[in-house]
Design a protein around this ligand. Structure first.
Ligand code: C2E
Ligand code: MG
Ligand code: MG
Ligand code: MG
Length: 281
C-alpha cells in the first residue's frame, strides 16, 4: 500500500518535472522569435521623491506577450534568456526602447534600465549604451542602469572597470535588490554607486517590525554618510511610506503609486500622480 502510494507520488512529480522541462523548452524556442515578432514590450513604473512628493523617473520592466501562453513574467523568461545567451540582444533592445521613450518625457525625468549579469560581461555593453543614448538624444544624466550584486561576483576588477566606463558616459549606476545578495558593503567601498534600492523584503516589514525598521534606518543613514541616494522598492501602503520618510529614505517605488504601465499611459499617470501629490500636501 505504502509502496503503491510512493509510486503514485513519484509519477506525480515525474509528470510535473516533464511539464516544467517542456515549458522551459517552449519558452527557449519562443524567445528566439519574440524579438523579431515584436512580442516584447516595456512597462514603466514610477519612482517618487519622498521629500517633494513628485515623480523623478520610471523603471523600465520587460514583458513578453507570448502568442499562446499569454503574459510571461520576466522572473521566468529572463533566466531562460540568460541561459541561451539571448539576453544580450533583448537587453540591447530594452536599452534602446527605454531611452527612446524617455526622450519624449518632460526634461527632469530619468529612466532606469535593468542589466543582467550575463549581459554585463559581454563585450560591447558600453558601445550598446552609447548607441542607445546617441540614437535617442537622451541626456546621459537621465539614464540609470540597475545592477544586482551578482553582477559584481567573479572577475571583480574587470567588472569594476566596466562600471567606471559606464559611469564615464555620464549616467548613473544603481545597486538593485540591496540586502539580498552577498558582501554588499565591500562593494560600496570599491565602487561609488549613485543609488541603492532597498529590497522589497525589508520594506514589507514596515512600519511595525522592529528588525525591519532597524535595517531600513541603518541603510538610510549609511546612504546619507556615503552621499548615495536610497530608494525603497515594493512600497505598497501609506504606513510603509510614512515610515520610509521618517527614516530619511530619498525615493519610493511600488504599487502604492502605480504598477508598471504601458508607455502610452505614462503621461496620464504623471498627471494623476501630480494631482494626488498636491492633494496630499
Ligand atoms: P526588479 O528590477 O527588482 O524589479 C522590481 C519588481 O517588483 C518588478 O517585477 C515590479 O513589477 C515588482 N514590483 C514593483 N512594485 C511592487 C510592489 O509594490 N509590490 C510587489 N509585490 N511587487 C512590486 P517584474 O516586472 O516582474 O520584474 C522582475 C524582475 O525581472 C526585475 O526585478 C528584474 O530583475 C527583472 N527584469 C525586468 N525587466 C528586465 C530587463 O529589461 N532586463 C533585465 N536584465 N532584467 C529585467
Ligand atoms: Mg530593478
Ligand atoms: Mg529590485
Ligand atoms: Mg529583483
Amino acid at each position: 500500500r505504502a509502496k503503491a502510494d510512493g509510486r503514485a507520488v513519484y509519477r506525480f512529480f515525474e509528470r510535473r518535472m516533464d511539464e516544467a522541462v517542456r515549458r522551459k523548452q517552449e519558452l527557449k524556442l519562443g524567445l528566439r522569435l519574440a524579438c523579431e515578432r515584436d512580442e516584447l514590450e516595456l512597462r514603466f513604473q514610477p519612482f517618487v521623491s519622498i521629500e517633494h512628493g513628485h515623480v523623478t523617473g520610471f523603471e523600465a520592466l520587460m514583458r513578453w506577450r507570448h502568442p499562446t501562453l499569454g503574459m510571461v513574467s520576466p522572473a521566468e523568461f529572463i533566466p531562460v534568456a540568460e541561459e541561451s545567451g539571448l539576453i544580450t540582444r533583448m537587453g540591447e533592445w530594452a536599452l534602446r526602447a527605454a531611452c527612446r521613450e524617455a526622450s519624449r518625457w518632460p526634461e527632469g525625468l530619468r529612466v532606469a534600465v535593468n542589466l543582467s549579469p550575463v549581459q554585463f560581461r559581454k563585450p560591447g555593453l558600453v558601445r550598446a549604451v552609447t548607441v542607445a543614448l546617441e540614437e535617442s538624444g537622451l541626456a546621459p544624466g537621465r539614464l540609470e542602469l540597475e545592477i544586482t550584486e551578482s553582477v559584481l561576483l567573479g572577475e571583480e576588477e574587470a567588472n569594476l572597470q566596466i562600471l567606471q566606463e559606464l559611469r564615464a558616459l555620464g549616467l548613473r549606476i544603481a545597486l538593485d535588490d540591496f540586502g539580498t545578495g552577498f558582501s554588499s558593503l565591500g562593494y560600496l567601498l570599491r565602487f561609488p554607486f549613485d543609488k541603492i534600492k532597498i529590497d522589497r523584503a525589508f520594506v514589507q516589514g514596515l512600519p511595525d517590525r522592529e528588525d525591519a525598521k532597524a535595517i531600513v534606518s541603518a541603510i538610510a543613514r549609511m546612504g546619507q554618510g556615503l552621499g548615495i541616494s536610497i530608494t525603497a522598492e515594493g512600497v505598497e501602503t501609506a504606513g510603509q511610506y510614512a515610515s520610509l520618510k521618517l527614516k530619511g529614505c530619498n525615493e519610493a517605488q511600488g504599487f502604492l503609486f502605480s504598477p508598471p504601465v504601458p508607455a502610452q499611459e505614462v503621461g496620464g499617470l504623471l498627471e494623476r500622480l501630480r494631482a494626488s501629490g498636491e492633494l496630499a500636501a
